[in-house]
Design a binder for this molecule. Structure first.
Ligand code: MN
Length: 236
């Protein structure tokens, strides 16, 4: 049940605010519902993580919507890890959803695109993988999803190729191309919609190219996707 079903009942404490992202070119806000992330969507990154990119269907995990942070707030180095990695990703923002969405109409669900970081406690992820445990401790911690403004597809179109890059302190670490994505955006939406009922406000982090690596306090991460505003995030 949701608050919509119980309009006359009081909360015992103030509800958490709705997570939002800014939208390029307007003061209107994008209210975020869920965050889905696709794993190993670039072959060279799958290989660097020790997997065969040809053998896997897409797989997904989630981050909590309140892990989104504006880039200018910085990324606080999280507790409980000594190996925190950057992953630069194209973020797909949905304006509509549903179940069993055909790939050939899936782009109709897309409101726009942003540049995001899927920050990862890699040491905790390695432990989780080793023991067959869930990934939340590695992926869904506070501040783990710095994200820039959403660019409406009406303005920037649907990017299928173009540089996706991340530099740390000016040195390029990740340098890929969106055309290397194994599962393209329409295929990802179609696949996800067979597992979950997608909804307006859902975000999909579309996977990262090779070159992920550790960051330290004081580092400056600069994330770039062609055609979108990049983000600069200081590790604090
Ligand atoms: Mn990722």
């Amino acid at each position: 049940m949701t608050s919509e079903n119980t309009p006359d009942r009081e909360y015992i404490f103030k509800p958490a605010p709705v997570p939002v992202l800014p939208i390029k070119g307007t003061s209107a806000l994008f209210p975020v519902h869920r965050i889905y992330c696709v794993g190993r969507n670039f072959a060279d990154h799958a290989i660097e993580m020790g997997h065969d990119p040809d053998k896997e269907p897409p797989f997904f995990f989630q981050k909590n919507p309140d892990t989104l942070v504006p880039p200018e707030n910085g990324f606080p180095y999280p507790a409980a890890s000594k190996d925190v990695h950057h992953e630069v990703e194209l973020v797909v923002a949905l304006k509509s959803g549903g179940s069993d969405i055909p790939a050939d109409s899936a782009l109709d669900c897309v409101y726009g695109y942003a540049v995001g970081l899927d920050m990862t406690r890699r040491d905790l992820q390695a432990q989780a993988k080793k023991h067959g445990r869930p990934w939340e401790v590695a992926k869904a911690f506070e501040h783990s999803a710095p994200c820039g403004p959403i660019h409406p597809a009406a303005t920037v179109g649907h990017p299928r190729e173009g540089t996706i890059r991340l530099a740390v302190n000016g040195a390029v670490r990740q340098d890929g191309n969106l055309n290397q994505m194994i599962w393209k955006v329409p295929e990802m939406i179609a696949y996800l919609s067979r597992l979950f009922t997608l909804a307006p406000g859902d975000l999909i982090f579309a996977g990262t190219p090779a070159g992920v690596g550790a960051i330290a306090r004081g580092d400056v991460m600069q994330a770039h996707v062609d055609g979108l505003d990049g983000i600069t995030v200081i590790v604090t």
